[in-house]
Ligand binder design. Structure first.
Ligand code: ADP
Ligand code: ADP
Length: 230
């Protein structure tokens, strides 16, 4: 089963910049895929299309059974239930505690309090931060904040987890810790799509590599290497 199916997808920003040209890509449920490429290649644009932060303007795209062309505004929360997202800068809500950050992601999709409580504890356990549940984001290290963000992203048990440079702000030790978590989540059945500039990670933890340059897919390689000088 394809969890992502893109056919000739293009994206032009309103200022005239064409960020993606004729992207066609199939990703099967359960895969782990790296998106690599130089700065400005279109990686972030690509990722934003997948969770409907941006609309595609040509082609067709299906993500977790949602048709990106037909998706209505009111359907976006449904998509977000099936697709977890993790960012380079964590994007935790600063005025909420660790617990509340994760619980909120479940409240907005209408989960019941009892289920929320159980699941928040479960995902905090998975990322090893149960003891920090009352902390606020600014009381945590970067690595800890990213672990909370990952816990939040999987709280609703998404089929697909999209990570845009999740280790971009972290030192090597914390980066590897984040990768261990993503591997674990992938082994539990979640598809992972991760944009990264980290050659060491890509060359060590081998997975499918899709390279984007100038808005086009220029390489799609099983167990691929990073393929650029850092
Ligand atoms: P990457 O993530 O690979 O660095 P991006 O997807 O951010 O690449 O950018 C792809 C291209 O689109 C670049 O030329 C960039 O300057 C342009 N771009 C990105 N965001 C916008 C925007 N909001 N408006 C106009 N152009 C943009
Ligand atoms: P807003 O409309 O203000 O962006 P949302 O309800 O969409 O609020 O999201 C609330 C918080 O949860 C935000 O910090 C957002 O980044 C985060 N969030 C929303 N959807 C997801 C998701 N699928 N995975 C991870 N975090 C998410």
């Amino acid at each position: 089963m394809n969890i992502i199916k893109l056919n000739n997808v293009s994206k032009k920003y309103s200022n005239g910049t064409t960020a993606l040209r004729n992207i066609s890509l199939d990703i099967e449920a359960g895969e782990f895929v790296y998106i690599v490429g130089p700065s400005g290649a279109g990686k972030s644009t690509f990722i934003k299309l997948l969770y409907h932060e941006l609309k595609i303007d040509k082609g067709t795209g299906i993500v977790a059974k949602f048709d990106l062309m037909k998706l209505k505004r009111r359907d976006v929360p449904l998509l977000r239930r099936s697709v977890g997202v993790v960012f380079q800068d964590y994007k935790l809500l600063p005025k909420k505690t660790v617990y509340e950050n994760i619980a909120y992601a479940m409240e907005v999709v209408g989960k019941r309090p009892r289920e929320i409580k159980k699941r928040v504890n479960e995902v905090l356990d998975l990322v090893g931060l149960k003891h920090k549940l009352r902390s606020f984001p600014d009381e945590l290290s970067g690595g800890e904040q990213q672990r909370v963000a990952i816990a939040r992203s999987i709280a609703n048990a998404p089929k697909l987890l999209i990570a845009d440079e999740p280790t971009g702000n972290l030192d090597p030790e914390n980066s590897w810790e984040i990768m261990n978590l993503l591997e674990k989540i992938n082994l539990q059945g979640t598809t992972i799509l991760m944009a990264t500039h980290n050659s060491q990670i890509v060359n060590t933890l081998r997975h499918r590599v899709v390279a984007i340059e100038n808005g086009r897919i220029v390489r799609d390689q099983a167990e691929g290497d990073y393929g650029y000088d850092d």
